[in-house]
Design a protein around this ligand. Sequence first.
Ligand SMILES: [Zn+2]
Length: 480
Amino acid sequence: MTQEDDEILALLTQEAHKPVQTITSHVPHALPITNAALKKAFTICDVVKDVAGDSHEWFSFLLASKCDSTYTVRDLLIVDGTKAEMGHVAVEGEHVAKAAAEVRKMNEKNGTDLYVIGWLHSHGGGTPFHSTEDAGNFVKVLNSVSLNTEHPVYEELKLIESEVHRELAGGHVIISGQEADDARITFALPETPQLAALLTKYGMHKVPPPEAFVAEMLDIMPMRTEEAIMVGFGYSIVVNDKKDTPYAEIGTVRTKTITGKKDTTTRRTKLKLVPGDLKIDRDELKAMVKARIEFPKRWWKGYHGRTHDDEDFGDIMGWRDYGQYGRTSGKNTWSSFGRGSVVPYSKAPSFVLKKPCTQLDLDELVMVFAHHATMYIQLYAYETIKYTEYMGEVMRSIFRRDYGLTEAIGRAGPLKPDGPLAKVQEPLFGLHNIIKNIADEAPADPEDIERKFMRDFIADENKALETYVPLLIGRYIGQK
Ligand SMILES: [Zn+2]
């Protein structure tokens, strides 16, 4: 290489200019929704509770208007045939497709220009947040609805991502990188007569060496390549029956048009309430909920042929219905409930079950208590149940280790609320063994805290656990 070549190379390898700022996208920062649309969601929560008899998780799709550049949620749509369940919500791709089809029909009928921009679901009586299942549902919804808000944005595409190498070869300036997937950019050097003609045109009569000239030109004209990225987004809102502050997320799907790379990200945000009209008629919504939402068959319905309010479940009246079998052998039987789980039940004599809770003798009380405790664990998806895992541990150690109630609680330690995905490790217990172990260890005094705990547990499991667990732990520590 000549000295001239070295100088050219020095010019070629100079730092490129700083890239231009990336263009910002159209994705809103906070999630805009009209007051009326949110009010409709809360009204549906009420109506669902009304129709189903208690809190259920239900879901709907959020609708925005094509002519609205603020991407504000203006209405909700419950797709026909969606399921409301206790403790979870499952959204399938077909629901989203169905929503799109229904919106199309609505638009034709009403002359509107609505489209699906996300989903909203209720946690019934629970706190609004995103469970793992919700995050999965949201991605499914996003895959489809993000196409509705898709818009190209341009971002710098680095043709060469590794260290840039420039060389002169065969009358070309070749710019390349170190990696196999880096691009290779080639500039042909102009022929001297052509270059001379061009320079003359601009009043320059001295023709420079083409290599040096091209190198300097490239240096003052750094090339920037931009890739079109299709950016679409969608919303997720979680509400509850108590009208707590809704939980909101915005998900963004970016698809790079040259490289085909696609990535989905979600972030938590706040609702931005904006004015907006929507007809909200409670009776109409009730008729719609009844027609469109499928509620689960109540677990106890298949068992003894009628339904309860959940208030019944917590007291002796609910128990009475299981007691129709009467005590014949004094043994326990296993029975299957509607959710496919197997629950043991005790054959309680019907006279026991007609007694008020305070008049039960110890054996009777333990029997009813153990039954309630088993149900409490079994129905862990039920929204009012808070300490499934804890109670499961207590019951397992009574069953397996022959502990009494105080010892089982003392060893389990302080009450821990369930995580978002409470699971019972082993839902099956031999109830007779539990009843025997609790009864054998129970204190004789009818006013003892252990007996009070059992009586109160039958009325309100969560409250009894919160009240008595610390007392029973205290006693257990004192006994050691
Ligand atoms: Zn959820």
